[in-house]
Design a protein around this ligand. Structure first.
Ligand SMILES: [Zn+2]
Ligand SMILES: [Zn+2]
Length: 177
């Protein structure tokens, strides 16, 4: 499988992920804005087992935001790198640190209800005020849905996306930081 490489601003830290995110999207919540210093974060979710720090592990610091989430940054240059979803075995990679272009594109905006008032979303991607809730696919096994979720996360279908999210983060209460 193709892999994507990424690095921080100063180059101390390098990472690698498969070019196969469970989903990719934008989070507009106030915490993501603080964390990124921007209007929103761009994140791609992978299994932590598939995510590798290939250089500079000693330069990575973690802010323990909550019981669910550690936020990783470069202690030399301050670049926001990725988060670890501690109870779910997932990592969310900041798309801005990638040196290679992922083959998927962001499909969704979440926490649009609390977005920065000075920022207007001008694309046609699916928007959710908070997180997508529930899934009409919940009776189907996640084994069946995993390939589907990968496909539909690139189709910007909200029903499909709810299924993808339900699979990847079943008791999801947190954002994509
Ligand atoms: Zn750095
Ligand atoms: Zn967020």
């Amino acid at each position: 499988m193709k892999h994507l490489k990424g690095s921080c601003l100063c180059g101390s830290v390098e990472i690698q992920v498969p070019d196969n995110f469970h989903f990719i999207g934008y989070c507009h919540c106030s915490e993501c804005r603080k964390w990124s210093g921007s209007a929103f974060t761009s994140g791609g979710l992978v299994d932590s087992a598939d995510f590798q720090i290939t250089k500079g592990e000693e330069s990575v610091s973690y802010f323990h935001k909550s019981e669910e989430t550690d936020l990783a940054f470069c202690k030399n240059c301050g670049s926001s790198l990725f988060s670890k979803k501690l109870k779910r075995g997932k990592s969310i990679v900041r798309l801005g640190i990638l040196n290679d272009a992922p083959s998927q594109k962001p499909s969704t905006h979440i926490f649009v209800g609390s977005k920065a008032p000075w920022y207007d979303i001008s694309d046609k991607l699916t928007q959710f005020d908070e997180l997508p809730q529930g899934s009409s696919f919940s009776e189907v096994s996640s084994q069946t849905l995993k390939p589907l979720a990968r496909i539909c996360s690139s189709l910007a279908s909200s029903a499909c996306f709810r299924a993808a999210l339900a699979i990847s983060m079943p008791e999801s209460a947190a954002c994509w930081d």
